[in-house]
Design a protein around this ligand. Structure first.
Ligand code: COA
Length: 150
């Protein structure tokens, strides 16, 4: 159930389960593969890869970036987010994103959370807006940019 959702580290024990999560064929272009993201996180010290658990089951993955100490203003960007196709529509995505925002809020000095999505991702656009993200008008790497002030 959605209230059992939590975020956890991607570890030697669970990374293969994260890598095995799947999207529907028509969603695959919306986000990089989890295997790619896990590899990327090994070479980017700012990356925070997080496994999304519902109870004992891994149902999704997200990754955010904690900015360098000298970045101003400090904005944490959530740049990967997916829920496995068999677990979508159950409230896990909303619960996980809320957990991620709460987690980021605990990081000293972070003023905003940024998120971006492809212009054709109507589900993400409406979903993020309902959590308070406002579009900034910027397009970055072909994606619509939105921010939430903490
Ligand atoms: C976006 C995503 C993470 C949402 O996860 P989820 O667990 O299905 O989301 P939830 O069940 O918590 O629903 C969140 C909101 O999304 C909307 N939503 C979810 N699936 C939907 C669908 N198939 N059609 C329309 N709206 C949908 C609902 O309006 C819901 O709002 P509500 O809580 O007011 O009912 C998931 O659909 C996904 O992984 N999509 C493919 C990858 C992707 O687009 N990632 C984001 C890249 S920016």
């Amino acid at each position: 159930m959605a209230h059992d959702v939590r975020l956890a580290d991607v570890t030697a024990e669970n990374w293969w389960k994260v890598a095995g999560l799947r999207l529907a064929d028509d969603q695959k272009h919306l986000v990089a593969s989890n295997l790619y993201s896990i590899a990327q996180s090994k070479f980017d010290p700012d990356a925070r890869p997080r496994a999304i658990y519902a109870g004992d089951v891994i149902v999704g993955f997200l990754m955010y970036d904690v900015p360098d100490a000298d970045d101003d203003p400090k904005v944490a960007a959530i740049y990967r987010f997916m829920i496995d196709k068999d677990h979508q529509g159950k409230g896990y995505g909303r619960a996980a994103l809320t957990c991620a925002i709460d987690e980021i809020r605990q990081i000293p000095g972070i003023a905003k959370v940024a998120i971006s999505y492809l212009p054709d991702n109507a589900v993400a656009k409406a979903f993020y807006a309902s959590l308070g993200f406002a579009e900034t008008g910027r397009i970055e790497y072909g994606e619509v940019h939105a921010e939430l002030s903490l």
